[in-house]
Write a protein that binds this ligand. Structure first.
Ligand code: IPM
Ligand code: MG
Length: 357
């Protein structure tokens, strides 16, 4: 098969981890006889430096014409002083929105080999952790009107608006239920219905949908309680569906249950098969350029791309078992190494995985 992939390497460790995933994709190409037409475009700080803004029309057009987009991470201290409307992160939100990618799938899985890297007590994770966070990605407070005004007394007031329509809730709710149907058929919808109107609407739409999925064991949970349960008993969760900001926060929390934020991939999807695939972690400017980053979240994101956008189930499974085998053989980047354990760099980890495909 021939497929086109846009690479948005971004900033910080972004280029290193994306290149690691490309090493693995090249092996898949050779082994399975595919052709991946890979083209880099700019996003985030790299785009600000080159074109004066975090997302250009050229990048949007290239992504719209591609079969999939593989993204590293954006942002860093270099661009911290820029106004919120022009920061690197704005480019990321812009491309998610321009491609209509309202559904963000973030699986958190604890590999047995990484039990030592998981900061949660062993007896609380003994049963394993295998959950899917379904995060709404193009609505809510991330995309509501925001402004900062200076009042008459010289003090400022800032406003960020959170808004959800029934249609937006329904389409992400359906993804949540469908994911549950493909997995262990348990869905928790996370909201703050004891305070927020958006959450009360969210809950009513979810209840309506739950009648259409009688096979799915459904419950609502308040976000504060879900945050607590994610560290006290993470194994109870199968699929969690939630709004944009709650999903951002809870997915970082869930990544700790999986041992390291360097392990969590994600897929951002809209109505078609085109998707954007990225690790859930950030650009880690403190370790950028040192060959110290963990490429596994990006490699696992590439596996999701093979499966979801290209329908290459066998190839995706081969990449996932190659990751498993690298861990079984004891290869560890710094973030997932136990004290005293030998550590490999980003490039070597990618090569080990590619060789195992
Ligand atoms: C994520 C990141 C982004 C988000 C940032 C970089 C804008 O934290 O993908 O989780 O908040 O969505
Ligand atoms: Mg985040």
């Amino acid at each position: 098969m021939e497929k086109s992939i846009i690479l948005l390497r971004g900033d910080g460790i972004g280029p290193e981890i994306v290149d690691g995933a490309v090493t693995v994709l090249k092996k898949v190409e050779a082994k399975y006889g595919h052709t991946f037409r890979i083209q880099p475009e700019l996003l985030g700080g790299a785009s600000i430096d080159d074109c004066g803004k975090p997302l250009t029309e050229e990048t949007v057009t290239a992504c719209k014409q591609a079969d999939a987009v593989l993204l590293g991470a954006v942002g860093g201290p270099k661009w911290d002083a820029i106004s919120v409307e022009n920061r690197p992160e704005r480019g990321l939100l812009g491309i998610r929105s321009a491609l209509g990618l309202y559904a963000n799938l973030r699986p958190a899985y604890l590999y047995k080999e990484l039990a030592d890297a998981c900061p949660i007590k062993e007896e609380r994770v003994r049963g394993g952790i295998d959950l899917m966070m379904v995060r709404e990605l193009t609505g809510g407070i991330y995309f509501g009107k925001r402004k900062t005004v200076t009042r008459e007394n010289g003090k400022k007031t800032a406003v960020d608006r959170m808004e959800y329509s029934e249609e937006e809730i329904e389409r992400i709710g359906i993804i949540g239920f469908e994911q549950a149907m493909m997995r262990r058929k348990k869905l928790v919808s996370v909201d703050k219905a004891n305070v927020l109107d958006t959450s009360r609407l969210w809950r009513s739409v979810m209840h309506r949908l739950s009648e259409q999925y009688p096979q799915v064991e459904y419950r609502d949970q308040l976000v504060d309680s879900a945050a607590m349960q994610l560290v006290s008993d993470p194994g109870q969760f199968d699929v969690i569906v939630t709004e944009n900001m709650f999903g951002d926060i809870l997915s970082d929390e869930a990544s700790m249950a999986a041992g390291s934020i360097g392990m969590l991939p994600s897929a951002s999807l809209g109505d078609g098969t085109r998707g954007l695939y990225e690790p859930i972690h950030g650009s880690a400017p403190d370790i950028a350029g040192q060959d110290a980053a963990n490429p596994l979240a990006t490699i696992l994101s590439a596996a999701m791309m093979l499966r979801i956008s290209f329908g290459m189930e066998e190839e995706a499974a081969a990449v996932e078992s190659a990751v498993q085998s690298a861990l079984t053989k004891g290869f560890r980047t710094r973030d997932i190494a136990a004290p005293g354990q030998a550590v490999v760099g980003c490039r070597e980890m990618a090569k080990v995985v590619a060789d195992a495909v």
